[in-house]
Write a protein that binds this ligand. Structure first.
Ligand SMILES: [Zn+2]
Length: 394
């Protein structure tokens, strides 16, 4: 007799479904693999069979697509995934809309969901990273602004119009080829601070920082990594002097200074801005080569963004969504050539003609954050327990 079959669902031992109870008031809300979730039934959709789960603590039933990109969508999953993949290989919105027969707004709504999920993945995986070096870089001209100085109704300059160009700022861990943080913003100290703060929140300790000659970086680094020393009172009358904010003694910052004339690189020199002694001890070379390679990858991935009809702010938010989505894809789902492992020659008679030569690996695998190359579907459906001690929403 087939015991498992006759036993049916009631015989099933509590299984680790990897599904959290979605009810906000449940004692097991958002917790994963606590034995409170059972599969009760399946239903058929255009995308195949889907499971219905139920929380045994509060009784809430929910679909497996709850809190995923696919939740409540009528469109088949394959189509949604195709649109999102195309966004990562430089197909523009009009092109995706034409190929799949959906509106551009529909594609953008899917992108918004994917970016939300990607931000969750980034926040969950990118914590206490054992990173010793960080390369910082910015890339420009992603949103072409036709009107350099837009004004609001009162005629005041908008905060964003100071410099119409918005850049993508990236902090990158060269030892793992991992994108630590990505921020969209103008070339200002505030944006530099945002990138450094997001990086600081995700790494353990104080890594050495390298960037090009952008002067804002030093102030941004000191804002994140500093010690405050109070000045001893002189004994004289009057207000005590303000405490001094000094760079953290462990902070290392090196710049790669490029001199260009009419776009041509004239000279390339390095400059240790902070922590020369420690830099020598660590034996690192000042370089931004790898983060610049990532910038190129990003340029090859994302089509120009500006839509004729949309506002500047919307374009910037969409650029942010695409960059966050690309970041998660790049870290966990896109095998990196540098990390693939060579497989030993195997017996051709056993494996047949097609013989894998390489074991694909991702930056997240190299950094020990995950043990496999994520599928594209995983990128859109992964569920996590909330991080209670998360210091930054990044
Ligand atoms: Zn529950």
């Amino acid at each position: 007799m087939d015991i498992s079959r006759t036993g049916g669902l009631t015989m099933r031992t509590p299984k680790a479904w990897g599904q959290p109870c979605p009810h906000p008031d449940c004692a097991y809300a958002q917790m994963i693999n606590r034995g409170n979730i059972r599969a009760t039934s399946t239903y058929l959709t255009q995308s195949g069979k889907r499971r219905i789960f139920q929380c045994t603590k509060c009784g809430t039933p929910f679909s497996e697509t709850r809190d995923t990109v696919f939740f409540d969508l009528k469109t088949p999953e394959e189509k949604v995934m195709m649109a999102l993949k195309m966004l990562l290989v430089k197909v523009d919105l009009a092109g995706i809309s034409f190929v799949l027969g959906v509106t551009e707004d529909t594609v953008l709504a899917w992108l918004q969901r994917a970016a939300h999920k990607a931000a969750e993945i980034n926040a969950h995986l990118l914590r206490d990273l054992p990173v010793t070096q960080v390369q910082l870089d910015e890339m420009w001209n992603f949103i072409a602004r036709k009107h350099a100085c837009e004004t609001d109704t009162a005629g005041e300059s908008l905060p964003d119009s100071e410099d119409g160009r918005q850049g993508v700022w990236i902090s990158f861990a060269p030892e793992f080829r991992l994108m630590i943080a990505a921020v969209v913003g103008p070339r200002t100290l505030d944006t530099a601070k945002e990138v450094v703060a997001a990086t600081k929140a995700r790494v353990a300790g104080i890594p050495a920082f390298f960037s090009d000659g952008f002067t804002c970086s030093l102030a941004a680094l000191i804002a994140a990594f500093h010690v405050v020393t109070t000045v001893a009172r002189t004994g004289k009358r009057g207000r005590p002097r303000k405490p001094l904010c000094e760079p953290h003694p462990d902070l290392v910052y090196g710049q790669l200074v490029k001199q260009k004339k009419q776009g041509k690189l004239l000279t390339l020199s390095t400059r240790v801005v902070l922590g020369a002694e420690r830099l020598t001890q660590l034996g690192f070379t000042i370089s931004t080569a790898l983060v610049e390679r990532v910038n190129l990858t990003l340029r090859q991935a994302l089509a120009p963004l500006a839509r004729k009809t949309s506002s500047f702010c919307k374009d910037r938010e969409r650029l942010r969504q695409r960059v966050v989505f690309f970041q998660a894809f790049y870290n966990v789902a896109r095998p990196h050539m540098s990390w693939r492992l060579s497989l030993p020659d195997q017996d051709q008679h056993i494996l047949g003609l097609i013989q894998p030569k390489w074991l694909p690996r991702t930056p997240a695998m190299a950094a020990g954050l995950t043990d496999h190359v994520w599928t594209f579907r995983e990128l859109l459906t992964a569920k996590f327990e909330p991080i209670h001690n998360q210091s930054s929403s990044g």
